[in-house]
Design a binder for this molecule. Structure first.
Ligand code: SF4
Length: 449
């Protein structure tokens, strides 16, 4: 059993990229007690740290990474970390939760909160290990996709034992407002946190170390964890639906209730639904199930395409929202193209929801004759044409031709195209809508408000 002093207490490392300095602090105990961890603590810290006039992509914006008190304790489903910042898409508060090992390794590095401020004069990455922080030149990594970046850094630091990496791809480097932060093929995805990292010339964070995640009353926590584990195992939705099919199981639910957005939100039922069902993914594309540390659910699905034009694509997913964005929203029944697009978005560091919804919008512009074939660089941007999605994503990340118009998401694309297109640009406050139609899921309207 540990004493109180070495358990969770908001150990914070503040890193200033402008002068490469860092300072150890502790979160104000009143704030910690009130907001505990995760998104609550991230929001409270951001509120105190970033004023209303701060530009999201300016050097005064800050990035907050935090891992809550259960992270690293072995509690079921606790393998998460939270990223909070001011969103370049909405101009307001952004939080994004990402699973995987990064949160646990961050706590093992000695910190529960990282606040990153300022802007480096050139591309850098941070190594935070056993209570020490160093800023390293990232020139060689700049331009690499997230897979290459992570592989490179993990190889380099494997001598120090386990490390975890969170990084941006070319989309974040180019400050696309649809860019995200990727860690172990998982994304802190919504609202453009990758662009904030890119604006700071920060390519990656490497965290790890040997610090023990101390528990104040281990026997009591073990008892609670055992109960929680049993509750999960007894939950039929988690074990009979989420466990075999992942979040893709929601395709069946949304479709049955007519709230699965189709054809850029013009309908709520997809005619070719069998092509997108989770049962098909499991039968035809699944390689294996994967779980975050200490999770009995194992909702992650590693899938691959073995034949056809997208043969060789391999991804962790696709999640429900990705199937909606690249599938039903684009009227696209090609699961192969969805898996490929999911892989590409992870590699380039782009949010699949933002990209899919923006492409669906462009398809509607094309079919209404607002965009013509010259506007789209000779690409037939029609609903159902899943084969063109990867090409559009590549153009978006390079800000090339039609990709430049779409690169900052659907609201900015509608602003640029004009001609009344804002009426069918599906976003709330600049961020593309997730895949539950609030006309049928009333509570979702509150989420979007
Ligand atoms: S495997 Fe899925 S259910 Fe389990 S912690 Fe990770 S994201 Fe959550």
């Amino acid at each position: 059993m540990s004493n109180r002093s070495d358990t969770y207490r908001g150990r914070l490392l503040r890193v200033n990229l402008t002068d490469s300095s860092s300072k150890e602090e502790e979160v104000d105990p009143d704030i910690l007690r009130s907001f505990i961890g995760g998104r609550g603590l991230g929001a409270a810290l951001l509120y105190n740290e970033v004023g209303p006039g701060v530009e999201p992509l300016g050097h005064e914006n800050k990035l907050i990474f935090n891992a809550g008190p259960l992270v690293g304790t072995g509690a079921p489903c606790s393998g998460r970390f939270c990223v909070s910042t001011k969103s370049p898409q909405t101009g307001i508060y952004l939080y994004s939760i990402c699973s995987g090992r990064f949160g646990r390794m961050m706590r093992k590095s000695g910190y529960e909160v990282l606040i990153i401020e300022g802007k480096a004069s050139h591309p850098v990455y941070l190594v935070i290990h056993d209570g020490e922080m160093i800023v390293q030149d990232a020139g060689i990594l700049w331009g690499m996709n997230t897979e290459e970046t992570e592989r490179n850094l993990r190889q380099k630091f494997s001598v120090r034992g386990g490390v975890s990496v969170a990084c941006i791809g070319p989309a974040g480097e180019n400050m696309l407002k649809v860019s995200c932060i990727i860690s172990e093929k998982r994304a802190a995805g919504r609202g453009g946190p990758g662009a904030v990292m890119g604006s700071k010339n920060l390519k990656a964070l490497v965290v790890g170390g040997d610090n023990q995640v101390s528990i104040y009353d281990e026997p009591e926590l073990k008892k609670i964890m055992k109960n929680a584990h049993q509750l999960i195992m007894d939950n039929p939705f988690l074990m009979d639906s989420i466990s075999p099919y992942g979040t893709a199981t929601s395709v069946n639910l949304s479709s049955a209730h007519g709230v699965f957005p189709v054809h850029n939100w013009q309908r709520g039922v997809f005619e070719d639904i069998d092509a997108l069902r989770p049962q098909r993914i499991r039968k035809e594309f699944l390689l294996r199930d994967k779980a975050c540390p200490a999770c009995p659910v194992a909702c992650s699905k590693i899938t691959a395409v073995t034949s056809g034009v997208f043969a060789g694509a391999k991804t962790e997913g696709p999640e429900y929202e990705t199937i909606y964005a690249f599938g039903s929203a684009c009227d696209n029944p090609s699961m192969e193209s969805i898996i490929y697009a999911d892989m590409l978005c992870d590699q380039l560091g782009m949010d699949t929801i933002a990209c899919g919804v923006t492409i669906a919008f462009a398809m509607e512009c094309f079919e209404r004759g607002i965009l013509n074939i010259r506007d789209t660089d000779n690409i037939e941007l029609r609903f159902g044409n899943g084969e063109i999605i990867p090409e559009i994503l590549q153009k978006m990340v390079k800000k090339e031709g039609i990709g430049d118009v779409l690169s900052d998401g659907v609201k900015r694309a509608a602003d640029r195209i004009g001609q009344g297109t804002e009426k069918f640009a599906m976003h709330a406050k600049g961020m593309e809508l997730g895949g539950y139609d609030p006309r049928g899921v009333k509570g979702q309207a509150l989420v979007l408000a």
